[in-house]
Design a protein around this ligand. Sequence first.
Ligand code: SUG
Length: 444
Amino acid sequence: MSTPDEEVNFDGLVGPTHNHAGLSRGNLASHRHGGQTSRPREAALQGLEKMLALIDLGVPQGVLPPHERPHLPTLRALGFRGSDGQIVAAASRTPGLLAQVSSSSPMWTANAATVAPSADTEDSLVHFTPANLKSAFHRSLEAEQTSRALTRIFSSPQHFVHHDPLPGSWRFDDEGAANHTRLVTSSKSLHVFVYGRSAVTPSKLPQKFPARQTREASQAVARLHRLNPARTLFLQQHPGAIDEGVFHHDVISVGHESVFLCHERAFFDMNALDAIREIAPDVQVACVSESEISVADTVQSYLFNSQIVHATSGPKPGRTLIAPTECDDHPQARTVIEQWISDGVLDAATYLDVRQSMKNGGGPACLRLRVALTKDERDAVLPNCLLDRSSIATLKQWVLKHYREELEPGDLADPQLLRESQAALDELTSLLDLGSDFYPFQRS
Ligand code: SUG
């Protein structure tokens, strides 16, 4: 391993059309809140407060921009014609379509891509593969713009290599880093890829809800990233847990450096934990039993959709769990966290309010893409996309200027919302230095 890397969290900025449309099958929160009034301004500010909280803990923080929504290129590709306003009006007459193309789902950047740090790749470059997100229509619209964002933010070919999203079909469904964990001990790493189904090998499948990630997609990403096969695992998610609402693996496990926290029903075969221990014996594995907290309560509290970060400042430096406030309010989840602290697995926990995102099934861990970077690589990142207190303050002002307080489902058809969103994103491209041709509407 060369120079040490440090994890930078790139959080997704919530977009101006953030809404609750109940779009994701198997994601219980999305289903439960579908059709409710959303609060885009509050959602974006909650996200920025989270980024600020991490900065205050001394954790480097980056940002990924929202995508253009409603996504007019998709509507045009579906045959809608005329002015932007006419297209939106016509699309609103096709039930459900406008909600699909207006979702702010790119905010969950744990699904944006999978990333391999240079220390772990054969060519010593940082590798990025945007997720094709083919298992849901509204999310499948993300890959192209995600590729554009990543290539612009991580532009130096000396340091970064960008792959295309995997060719899309049911065989290679890829949901990105939400199903991938990198563990590091004594400067050696282990990449754990978790899949819901294999497209080739018969495997036990969930009965109610879709298994989104395929083994074949995970294997392709590992190949593209030129990871050491001896330090890469492909493990199957528990199909029963998927049926209980664990639609991504980061809803039932979280790992960071030498710690891996999970529920006893995280994997189909719990020998998975032995496989992890065998390759990385120094990893501290803490496995929580069903009697401590059920899978249903795990999903409700989003206990494992927490981030583990290494805090270097703040009241209690050390290994810190960034958990959603829902865990603070949930007796079993809180007890588990307190136990992890008293066992020395964690040093501290911080509870953050990301309720607007949580209503769509996105906790703290969903909102961030982890990119481990050496100092040189970090210096090569587009500077404005690395945040500090002052840039967060600027982004808050930008949100206050452009975002609506509330959105009813019917508001998505308002042509004025489209104009407001475009004005907001146009200004954002200068704030983040993304260029004036970053969004499709800027190029047309
Ligand atoms: O893909 N929700 C997202 C939540 C993604 C959470 N990400 C991770 N677990 N890493 C999804 O299910 C719901 C949108 C709506 O219903 O309006 C949605 O897309």
